[in-house]
Write a protein that binds this ligand. Structure first.
Ligand code: ATP
Length: 369
């Protein structure tokens, strides 16, 4: 059988980025070995705040071009509090990459793993399994760093366009269709502030138009404030939540907290034919270099990458590898082999990577749905 080779740009970045990346690579290599039929060719690239400190450029044009031409980008974390642009802002190449690669949809799942305690005491917290789909090219981030600031007044405009909204909603409904195929049910809720802002009423009108084109998926609209309340009160009832850029930014950290913290929140940043996969957390300089960061979010981001590669390239073997990595994470947590330091346990970054890689080697990929 011909083996598909996939070119993966690796951007470990700063702080805990390289540490969690190393652990995730152990798992991805084990999955590739176990399933077979595809090869991940990793191309490490230097970028981020440390790169900026050394060279004055966070992402060089050569690095950008290399990453843009890869089949997918696997990204650790970038930015350090003491490395700043001349105007005082932190280096945030991930936002530039999103813009330049047109990564318009941030897919942010929050699912409670077996053996991990949610801060919610309610036993139904076991059933938390939701996804936030965040618009990432406009909204309140549209004028990032370019808004008006005078001595008396500051303004950042909230921009919503029909084109960006339609492609976002399409991505949310397509995701819901996949979830329905796997879980038997799925619904999409728009999260907005349509009762106050004209831009959000416009966003909602486009959502309702799009929803009519997906009659097999249940759809609804909710306000962002009530959604924050429900994320704490009954998150097990929520499924796919699609929303504006800043609202998605805030709600996805809240959702991560519900399932154990930033170490458990993976992300896929998707555009047309382009995908960047990274943990939702930042470079966490407070714990960098200590080997204590939880790499689970990075490992699950790797699984999302395999799944996306499988779907977009028509490679069933990659989808199977994605299922295997997800099952291995579940298995390693359920068996009590992993107790992250983040949650008061003793498993460090490398130990977690090794435990999941071992589970990958033990499980039978053919037995997974
Ligand atoms: P950014 O603004 O880039 O998101 P930040 O510094 O605000 O960065 P994070 O880097 O995500 O936020 O870190 C927030 C907190 O969560 C920190 O206290 C950090 O130690 C903790 N944290 C983040 N990622 C992990 C991880 N993988 N494992 C354990 N703790 C983590």
């Amino acid at each position: 059988m011909n083996e598909a080779t996939l070119d993966i740009a690796l951007m470990p970045g700063d702080g805990i980025g390289p540490e969690v990346m190393e652990a995730a690579l152990l798992v991805l290599e084990a999955a590739q070995h176990r399933v077979g039929g595809f090869r991940l060719a990793f191309a490490p690239l230097e970028a981020g705040a440390e790169a900026y400190r050394r060279s004055g450029v966070a992402v060089s044009e050569a690095v950008f071009a290399r990453a843009a031409s890869a089949d997918a980008i696997l990204f650790g974390a970038m930015g350090l509090p003491d490395v700043r642009l001349p105007d005082g802002r932190e280096i945030a190449p991930q936002l530039d990459l999103r813009e330049r690669l047109g990564l318009f949809a941030g897919i942010r799942p929050a699912r409670l793993l077996p053996g991990v305690a949610s801060p919610l005491a309610d036993p139904r917290a076991r059933d938390i399994d939701l996804v936030i789909v965040r618009e990432q090219t406009e909204g309140l981030f549209a004028e990032r760093g370019r808004g008006l600031v005078t001595a008396e007044r500051a303004e950042d405009r909230l921009v919503v366009t029909r084109a960006a909204s339609e492609r976002l909603f399409d991505a949310a409904f397509a995701l819901a269709r996949e979830r329905k195929a796997r879980r038997g049910h799925a619904r999409v809720d728009l999260v907005d502030k349509a009762n106050v802002l004209g831009s959000m009423a416009f966003f909602r009108a486009i959502f309702l138009e799009q929803a009519a084109r997906w009659p097999e998926i249940e759809a609804g609209c909710r306000h962002v404030d009530a959604t924050a309340l429900d994320l704490v009160r009954r998150p097990w009832d929520l499924d796919v939540l699609v929303t504006e850029n800043l609202m998605g930014d805030i709600l996805s950290d809240l959702a991560a907290a519900l399932v154990g913290g930033m170490g458990f929140a993976p992300t896929a940043d998707l555009g047309r034919g382009k995908g960047l996969f990274q943990p939702a957390h930042g470079s966490a300089p407070d714990i960098a270099g200590k080997g204590v960061a939880n790499p689970t979010a990075m490992i699950l981001s790797g699984a999302m990458m395999l799944d996306w590669l499988g779907t977009t390239r028509g490679l069933e073997v990659c989808r199977r590898a994605a299922r295997l990595v997800e099952a291995a994470v579940e298995h390693a947590y359920a068996s009590g082999r992993i107790r992250p330091i983040e949650l008061g346990g003793t498993s460090g970054t490398r130990a977690i990577g090794k435990a999941v890689a071992a589970a990958v080697s033990e499980l039978d990929p053919a037995s997974l749905r």
